[in-house]
Design a protein around this ligand. Structure first.
Ligand code: SF4
Length: 285
């Protein structure tokens, strides 16, 4: 048994880890927590703003931990092969290895790593494991669900990250927004979220597009150049509209009826399959 303890909360710039910070500060007012953020350098400005807000509203200091190389350097190391759900080298190189390197300085301590997976989520996520690291999921243990998270954030005056602000498209009568923190080019984004990036942050979309080489694209079978064309955007919005209408009619129960939803893109179907269990908790909570 180690004689010293270290309590760590990794904040991602997402709502769940932000709510976890507030929740644990209230639950354990005398416990000293370390707050860390793994900064890939490829985040949205909204994420940095949200972290600043957390610091000022809660009176905490978040340590920004950077990987030893930039994304572009890692990309070259991987022969310009972009990361994907199947080959997620970005999470390993930029988050997990960085996490372990950072933890090396605390190797003589018993580390408690608090993770914000909620009680209403049916997944475990990829959790870094090591002999002196114990992972704790307080929301799961205490039955905290999505509504509780929103209430915690609201009551603390923190609210949701700005990337949740919706775009309303009158022509299609649809609302859409970015649903996760993490890199602005994350391949886990649905096609409508790429449209969101194109419309809301065209500079970031352009940057993501420049990472694509012949044959390597963020979305399986479609380049961002193709996605940005008006007729493709139209198709994605129409498909999203049908998807939302089906959801409203409650024809989807717990996301299990995607087999019937032929209009969903191959990319979006694949995301539904992988994100439930394997989504990187270091990126999106
Ligand atoms: S946010 Fe997405 S692209 Fe960035 S490290 Fe995580 S999985 Fe990779």
């Amino acid at each position: 048994m180690k004689n010293k303890e270290l309590h760590i909360i990794s904040v991602s710039g997402g709502k769940d880890s932000a709510a976890l910070v507030i929740y644990l500060k209230q639950k354990y007012p005398n416990r000293k927590f370390e707050y860390i953020f793994f900064d890939t350098g490829e985040e949205l400005e909204d994420t940095y703003n949200y972290l600043n807000k957390l610091e000022s509203n809660l009176g905490i200091k978040i340590q920004y931990i950077k990987p030893k190389k930039s994304f572009i350097e890692f990309l070259h190391d991987h022969n310009d092969y972009l990361p994907s759900p199947q080959k997620r080298w970005c999470t390993i190189k930029m988050k997990i290895e960085t996490f372990f390197e950072f933890m090396q300085r605390y190797k003589d301590k018993q580390i408690y790593n608090y993770v914000g997976i909620r009680a209403d989520e049916d997944r475990e996520g990829l959790v870094p494991t090591k002999e002196n690291i114990i992972t704790i999921m307080p929301f799961k243990e205490d039955g905290i669900n999505l509504n509780d998270v929103k209430r915690i954030l609201h009551d603390a005056g923190v609210g949701l990250p700005a990337y949740y602000d919706v775009i309303y498209d009158e022509k299609y009568n649809i609302e859409y927004f970015r649903s996760r923190s993490g890199c602005y080019f994350c391949f886990f984004m649905r096609q409508i979220e790429w449209v969101w990036l194109l419309e809301k942050h065209p500079d970031k979309f352009q940057k993501a597009m420049e990472f694509e080489k012949i044959g390597y694209s963020w979305i399986q079978g479609m380049s961002l150049k193709e996605l940005s064309k008006p007729h493709t955007v139209k198709k994605i919005k129409e498909s999203y509209k049908r998807y939302e209408e089906m959801k409203k009619k409650r024809q989807i129960k717990n996301g299990t009826m995607f087999g019937e939803m032929e209009f969903l893109s191959k990319h979006d179907k694949m995301i539904d399959e992988v994100e439930k269990d394997e989504f990187c908790i270091m990126c999106i909570l």
